[in-house]
Design a protein around this ligand. Structure first.
Ligand code: ADP
Length: 230
């Protein structure tokens, strides 16, 4: 399943819009924050210091959201360095540990040769993998007695590449979903953005890699990513 140039353009356009909006919104936010700091002593006198704290915290949160959104939609040239596949995948697993426990789902990382390395931009590679594992967790939903949620992560060397696999026993996808899943804005979730896999696809392509999906309704999904060896 390939992502067309048109879809890439959509993502690039989104990056530009996000950057423009972020820039325009940041300026008023900065001045609101500044004036709230000036008002703070007056609010203290009124015994309402809490209000100042809330306003400032919320402005900071809005800024963080803008920053994160900008980072996820902005294409940036990967700054590649040698990364151990083993430690990269351990970190990805660790980041989802609490969510997996809450869902009663297991994340299993197969033993990986500690010497195996890839040449990637760590931040981007992590983001791509996080987007995939997050989708697996979403597809698993809650574990039932009949079937415990399982996400398997593994990696193997394949000539001059490393193949990373993420497998889940979640809902699986029908053909229509499979043919659309890398499209920017395609989502089947109520609160989805449909950007996770589009961004993931771009990151992997920018690294000279490939992403492939196998999925069956009721059985689960497997993503296979190949990235160049170091
Ligand atoms: P979002 O998570 O915001 O919906 P994504 O681009 O990450 O956006 O995913 C697009 C769609 O692909 C999801 O809405 C879902 O329908 C489908 N999908 C992705 N990964 C899986 C998976 N592991 N199992 C089932 N469906 C998946």
């Amino acid at each position: 399943i390939e992502q067309s140039a048109y879809q890439n353009d959509k993502l690039a356009m989104l990056g530009k819009i996000a950057a423009a909006i972020a820039h325009e919104i940041r300026n008023p936010l900065t001045s609101i924050r500044g004036f709230m700091q000036l008002l703070r002593p007056h609010l203290v006198q009124l015994g309402k210091e809490e209000y100042a704290r809330i306003v400032i915290d919320e402005i900071d949160r809005a800024n963080d959201i803008i920053y994160e959104f900008l980072n996820s939609s902005k294409p940036s040239t990967p700054v590649k360095k040698e990364v151990h596949v083993d430690s990269l995948l351990k970190e990805v697993k660790l980041l989802f540990e609490s969510e997996a426990i809450l869902k009663g789902c297991d994340i299993e990382l197969s033993p990986i040769d500690p010497a195996l390395t890839i040449c990637v931009d760590v931040k981007q590679a992590k983001q791509a993998l996080l987007n995939i594992v997050k989708n697996s967790l979403d597809a698993i939903g809650g574990s039932t007695k009949a079937q415990r949620g399982m996400i398997g992560i593994s990696a193997v060397k394949q000539s001059s590449k490393v193949m990373i696999m993420v497998q889940d026993n979640g809902t699986g996808m029908d053909y229509h979903t499979q043919s659309k899943l890398f499209d920017p804005f395609f989502t089947t979730k109520l609160e989805g953005t449909g950007l996770g896999l589009a961004v993931c696809y771009r990151i992997i392509k920018n690294h000279g890699g490939h992403i492939q999906v196998d999925s069956d309704i009721g059985t689960g999904t497997q993503f296979k990513i190949t990235l160049p060896l170091c």
